[in-house]
Design a protein around this ligand. Structure first.
Ligand code: UDP
Ligand code: MG
Length: 317
């Protein structure tokens, strides 16, 4: 019962939270080491996702002062939360037996780490952190999140509800994850595909204690769309169905119009004509957009660019 744990923490412009975060994590991990729950080789691995503030300087300083507690990975560019996480996990997997990913703002309750680790020792390869309530979220965030989970289910994407990216993965699970070769990784959707023995730890999610969210609405929307299009082709099927429906409707309309003409009721329907032109035009553009979204995805995947590039890796044995 003395295996190596890496805490992987993506950081983007987190200078306000890092001093406090590192203090709390050092206390947590240090305590676990002292009790012999995890090995002395365990580390807190901060991943600097191309920050523009002093984040990296803080991380480098932490590593310099306490190399047996803190490691640092500096990415060459800002690649976003998911890629930063993948980068950290990729680097960590060669040194650890298990890795837990959590946010730099410590919204995820640090005390749940003990439960994660005991589940791991109990034989689980993946442990999901699930929020016990969303009471502290704004009404907007709560309802959009709920609606989104419903929509994902409808699209046939399997995800763990109310689970963000607070999770433990064993080395075996990490190695499996690395075999998913796609550039566009939506971890919440991919991890459940891995399988192995899994379990859930519930925790209370608190508010960000300093700094502001690095996930503005625009990024969140992009993330949400990615989640759907990376896992489901149902939107395209829906377009096909819509097309058939409209075609069937137009056949009926044509027959009716012919009958009307035969019986001499040919009133020039300018309004209907204009209306249908706009409606059909709109639907066509929307459908093209959805299909374009997938083609864009193929384009990105086909190029197979690296998910991240490492600038520096500070990790002392
Ligand atoms: N983050 C990152 N790269 C980005 C944006 C965010 O590494 O481009 C990190 C950020 O530093 C934090 C985590 O992702 O550790 C979650 O971000 P945040 O707390 O701002 O999101 P929220 O909790 O508001 O959804
Ligand atoms: Mg946060």
């Amino acid at each position: 019962m003395n295996e190596t744990l890496y805490l992987v923490i993506p950081c983007y412009n987190e200078q306000e939270v890092l001093p406090e975060t590192s203090r709390r994590l050092a206390a947590k991990l240090g305590g676990m080491m002292d009790k012999g729950v995890v090995s002395e080789n365990s580390r807190v691995l901060f991943v600097d996702d191309g920050s523009r503030d002093t984040t990296w300087a803080i991380i480098a300083d932490l590593h310099k002062k306490q190399p047996h507690l803190f490691s640092g990975l500096k990415l060459a560019h800002n690649r976003g939360h998911q890629n930063a996480l993948v980068a950290g996990l990729t680097m960590a997997k060669d040194y650890c037996d298990m890795a837990i990913s959590l946010d730099a703002d410590l919204q995820d309750d640090v005390d749940a780490i003990d439960k994660f680790v005991s589940e791991y020792y109990g034989g689980c390869d993946i442990v999901y952190g699930v929020r016990s309530s969303r009471a502290k979220d704004t009404v907007f965030k709560r309802s959009t999140a709920l609606g989104y989970y419903k929509f994902l289910k409808l699209m046939g994407v399997e995800i763990v509800e109310n689970h963000a990216d607070y999770r433990l993965m064993s080395r075996r699970a990490l190695e499996a994850l690395m075999q998913y070769d796609e550039v566009n990784l939506f971890l919440r959707g991919i991890v459940p595909l891995i399988g192995f023995r899994t379990s859930i730890v519930t925790y209370e999610r608190s508010e960000r204690f300093a700094g502001e969210s690095k996930y503005p609405l625009k990024k969140m929307l992009a993330f949400a769309i990615d989640g759907i299009t990376s896992f489901s082709v149902k939107p395209i099927r829906f377009i096909t169905a819509l097309g058939m429906l409209i075609f069937a409707g137009s056949v009926i309309a044509l027959l009716t119009l012919l009958l009307l003409k035969l019986f001499g009721y040919t009133v020039t329907g300018w309004t209907t004509l204009m209306g249908s032109i706009w409606a059909i035009g709109g639907i066509q553009l929307l459908c093209l957009g959805v299909i374009g979204e997938y083609i864009g995805k193929i384009y990105i995947e086909v190029k197979h660019r690296p998910r991240f590039l490492v600038d520096r890796f500070l990790n002392q044995k």
